[in-house]
Write a protein that binds this ligand. Sequence first.
Ligand SMILES: [Zn+2]
Length: 128
Amino acid sequence: MNIKIEPRKPTDRGGYICMPLKKNVPEGHADWKPAKCPVCGRECWTDPAREFLVRTQGAFPLCTECALNGKARQEKECKAFLNACVKYVLISVLWMVLERIIYGKVQPRIVDDIIGLILFWYIFKSEL
Ligand SMILES: [Zn+2]
């Protein structure tokens, strides 16, 4: 897996920002506040600058270890896949119900399967 580490730009959106772990930095700075990593639950530090980036750029705060080992990305992709599966199944059931109401029976067709796969891909990408 590739991880790109670079200074944030004002135009950046999303991405991860690192929070120092308390085990690495036991004494926080004056304006730091205790926080928990949303992935592993370990105690970290956050500060007003990080909170500003979360609010304005949609950055996702993680402890340094989760940000660097890719665990957060794997978890995010797994959740996105599961959410996409649930949405795809709901859309498929709705599709079949509508076919039954409109045509009187469910009509399995290759074209529906192909469009369904394309639809699934877009649902998955929107969940990431
Ligand atoms: Zn963590």
